[in-house]
Design a protein around this ligand. Structure first.
Ligand code: GLN
Length: 196
């Protein structure tokens, strides 16, 4: 299976390394023909507005949206989570998403005072120790449809917010497993989500 990492902006190199540590040689993709050739796609963390604008100017936006709609296994972390959401609660002007998961996300949901933090997170479907999760100006899932599996949540002010979700062959995390050296989320994507 050829796994692409969308290499327009953000921490795509870290995802490529994480794939390598899982025994998979990923490919950085940024042209329509490169995106057409991969069997699965990772959308990295970074800045979702920039990635969506660049995807449009590189002629990738409609192609990626269609490939996801047609069932291409896709994993988005942080900005990538925003980009696979059906909608954004507080989009930047003109900001659009590829879609893939029936959810609405709130950008920068954890607020300025906690723009970055780390926490141990229980992740449904991944056994062993909790996942050390790094949140950097991260979104959370504000609401999602009944077809979405919530794999991990964080409680803020007494309210639980999903931060790891999957629907069909699309996985999204608000945090960055590509930055921790713990590749269990990438393995979960490769072994569980891609094989659905
Ligand atoms: N806040 C960023 C956005 O809106 C996401 C941050 C990240 O990917 N670390 O795209």
């Amino acid at each position: 299976m050829k796994v692409g990492v969308l290499a327009l902006q953000g921490d795509f190199r870290e995802h490529l390394s994480a794939l390598g540590e899982c025994g998979v040689t990923g490919k950085l993709v940024k042209t329509p023909s490169e995106v057409s050739e991969v069997d699965a796609l990772i959308i990295p963390g970074g800045e979702s507005t920039t990635i969506s604008k660049l995807a449009k100017s590189f002629g990738l936006f409609d192609l990626i949206s269609k490939r996801i709609a047609d069932g291409m296994p896709t994993y988005g972390s942080c900005a990538g989570m925003i980009l696979v959401a059906k909608s954004i609660l507080d989009p930047a002007s003109g900001q659009e998403t590829f879609g893939g998961i029936d959810m609405q996300v709130r950008r920068n949901a954890f607020g300025r005072q906690t723009e970055s933090f780390e926490v141990d997170l229980a992740f449904a479907g991944i056994s062993g120790a909790p996942i050390r999760s790094i949140f950097i100006r991260a979104p959370w899932v504000e609401s999602c449809g009944s077809g979405v599996d919530v794999l991990g949540s964080l409680e803020v002010d007494g309210k639980s917010h999903p931060v790891a979700v999957a629907q069909g062959r699309v996985l999204a995390t608000a945090f960055h497993p590509e930055l921790t050296g713990d590749n269990r989320v990438h393995r979960y994507f490769l072994e569980e989500v891609c094989n659905k």
